[in-house]
Write a protein that binds this ligand. Structure first.
Ligand code: ARG
Length: 413
């Protein structure tokens, strides 16, 4: 590591230690001692090791700082699992499966983050290739045949197939875990079916709703972002909360670029789709979201509706104000993708994005180079999924971002 890097890391580390130790009410002496030891480690090794406490609180702060997340009221309840000792792919996969189980908790979803060792040595850099630990495969149409599954997973599904995985070609095939270390060949680990909880959708009034055979998995575990704490980059640090219903009903199932189900729902409801003025899309969207809420509740799986989530966000803002901290917020990501103007967030003109650390950052898809070596540069249909489509974000550390896929409650304006 050259001197500028050492200096930069030292600055970030110091800022973090000072902030953290102040938040945790540590004595000046303790803070000073820790600073001395951190500086020493950086000078000798070019890096430093976080204590368990720094790791736990640092990860919680990264959640608290995430400008796109409406669910931050619970930031200090995040459970952090230290998996820095996991060496090889098998141990990493084992920790990922434990994360799934711990987070799902029989439906009473727990916010969990598992952190793997940091990435100073590139040849030892851990990446989870999945966007989320549990996600459905996507199969593009071949020669005009109908496509199936989740279009957001088309690329990664191809990667899995190349690595020897075979799906059924259906709409809801759960993808395997793929773990890579450095430039080594990635390894593939199927998720045991008893770890995967799914909710089949029914509707409180529309009796025929189950005929659509819709479902979604219970817990979204984002696994492709990196966690930055005090200048240290954790390239593998999967985390989860519970779902807000619009993520599934409005976006995953409703978006035209995803499962695109509004026409089918409207037809089931017998709506007139020949004109926009029947507001068939809005009515279908509403009932789809009601079905998601109803079904998750019935299955005993934690979920929050967008009004409650927005109210909780306001409480988070108040709480932060009382504690003398500013909240970083991106309006376009915080307003929910159904009836946004019926929530207080819509009307809040004070929201501002700030440059805060610890933080979650995007990184290029781990499979990008690998897939391009196989298929050549990704085609335009592909690049739609991996090029910035909302406002570009200077904080992304890489040239390619996944705005649509990486957003906590992803939706664009
Ligand atoms: N929006 C993503 C999805 O629908 C999940 C992002 C994280 N969401 C959350 N509630 N923690 O799969």
């Amino acid at each position: 590591m050259d001197n500028t890097n050492i200096e930069e890391l030292t600055k970030k580390a110091e800022a973090f230690i000072e902030l953290l130790y102040a938040e945790l009410d540590k004595s000046e002496e303790e803070t000073e001692n820790r600073l001395i030891s951190v500086r020493e480690q950086i000078n000798n090794l070019g890096s430093y090791l976080h204590t368990e406490e720094e790791l736990v609180h640092g990860a919680r702060m990264a959640w608290r700082h995430n400008s796109r997340c409406i669910g931050r009221l619970f930031w200090d309840k995040l459970e952090v699992i230290d998996a820095r000792q996991a060496e090889n792919e098998d141990q990493i996969a084992e920790a990922l499966l434990q994360h799934v189980e711990r987070a799902n908790n029989g439906g009473r979803i727990r916010p969990v983050l598992t952190v793997f060792r940091s990435a100073e040595d590139e040849s030892q850099r851990i990446r989870v290739w999945n966007h989320q630990l549990i996600r459905y495969a996507g199969y593009p149409s071949i020669d005009g045949s109908a496509r199936s599954g989740d279009p957001a997973s088309d690329h990664f599904t191809r990667v899995c197939q190349q690595l020897g995985w075979q799906g059924t070609g259906g709409n809801y095939d759960v993808l395997p875990l793929v773990v890579g270390i450095g430039d080594g060949e990635p390894r593939l680990f199927p998720i045991p079916t008893d770890l995967i909880q799914e909710v089949h959708l029914s509707h409180p009034e529309i009796e025929r709703f189950p005929e659509l055979q819709l479902r979604w998995y219970s817990v979204p575990i984002i696994s492709d972002m990196q966690l930055e704490i005090g200048g240290i980059l954790y390239t593998a640090a999967p985390f989860n909360g519970w779902y807000m219903e619009t993520e599934i009903g409005s976006r995953n199932l409703g978006d035209t670029g995803r499962y695109n189900l509004l026409p089918e729902v409207a037809d089931l409801m017998g709506l007139d789709r020949s004109t926009n003025t029947t507001l068939w899309k809005d009515r279908a969207l509403l009932e789809l979201n009601r079905a998601v809420l109803h079904s998750f509740k019935q299955a005993g799986v934690s979920i929050v509706d967008h009004h409650t989530a927005a109210d909780q966000f306001v409480r988070f803002q108040q709480q932060e104000e009382e504690r003398g901290r500013e909240v970083s917020s991106r309006w376009s990501w915080l307003i929910p993708p159904m009836s946004p103007s019926a929530t207080p967030i819509w009307h809040d003109q004070s929201l501002m994005e700030l440059d805060l650390s610890p933080q979650f950052l995007y990184q290029s898809p781990a499979y990008q180079g690998w897939l391009e070596a196989l298929d050549g540069p990704l085609k335009s249909a592909d690049s739609e999924l991996i090029s910035p489509s909302c406002d570009s974000d200077s904080k992304e550390t890489t040239t390619v971002s996944l705005p649509e896929m990486a957003c906590p409650f992803h939706h664009k304006m």
